[in-house]
Design a protein around this ligand. Sequence first.
Ligand code: MG
Length: 387
Amino acid sequence: MKKRRVVILGSTGSIGTSALKVARDIPDRMEVVALAAHSSADKLAEQAREFGVKHVCLFEESKAAELKKQLPTDVNVYTGLDGLCALATLAEADMVLVSIIGTAGLKPTLEAIEAGKDLAIASKEILVMAGEVVMNRAAAKGINVLPVDSEHNAIYQCLQGNHGGAEQVSRLILTASGGPFRTLPKEELANVTLAQALKHPTWKMGQKITIDSATLFNKGLEMIEARWLFNIPMERVDVIVHPQSIVHSLVEYRDGSILAQLSSSDMCFPIQYAVTWPDRVVNSLPHLNLAEMAQLKFEAPRWDDFPALNLARQAGLTGGTMPAMFNAANEVAVQAFVDGKLSFPGIWETVEKVLSASRPRDYKGSLALILEDDAWAREEAHRLIAR
Ligand code: MG
């Protein structure tokens, strides 16, 4: 039984703190060797002390001195993007858990691949923007890419034992909780407030992803993510609403059999699986009581009322830099909604306008082109919102 030595990029966020819970729970299978955070110096110092970590990175350089003061002198303190890359390629690490919000995770991820580290990816942006590059380079290097997102982790589990390749899979079926407005009439979506959008029925997550769950953009991003992770054509990536968040996703095979993965809605499950794969390890997480649950509910998504799903499918089908622009426009629109500059439906209206004005390109493995079009989409979204 191998203990995995893990670098956590984004340790103070919601995935990062869950990952540390897993590390506490299965210490003989997971060792934390490095931690990186954006700007929470105090929290990062506390985590580094608890786990005796010798390498830490604070992305925000101006707070590094504050961090250093709280750590033993033998701890190496890094900053910025270079710091993230240094951690991602540490000699003493086997696996890098990437749970940084936004595009900052892209470069460290590619460097980790080059350094031969296995990846546990929680950052959607990486696979949405550059899924093709990441998966191709990972395959060339022979490293494993374990998805941490609960849906993709579930699909990964349901694909274990499929020795017939992708052609045996007829559909990947992502489950969606439907968010807090699952049953809200379409005409009332215009009046949705920030506070309402931040109340997720089943999962506790960060602000951006919670709003994305309410608009279903989160599911849209996950559709694109799934397309690349599992190398399945976009047409075969489907969504079903499952309000209880117990079934984390399903795989339908061509003989009509469907496999599903179930557990309670705690991110520790997918994180642990990513770290211990292919092994199953005893933990202290709560087991499901199916008899108590009695029934599981499924319903069709409201494709027309929540356009994010169709926009995502379109972006995925178009490919090239389109998914990156889809993601970028959404990020800007969500921030504008948080700042009170945009209505709730304004989020998808903005993204739709940006995408129809866009000129997606085949990026041919070039990150520079992806980032260029990403920047264009952000600018265009800002321009539309300011109008
Ligand atoms: Mg998810």
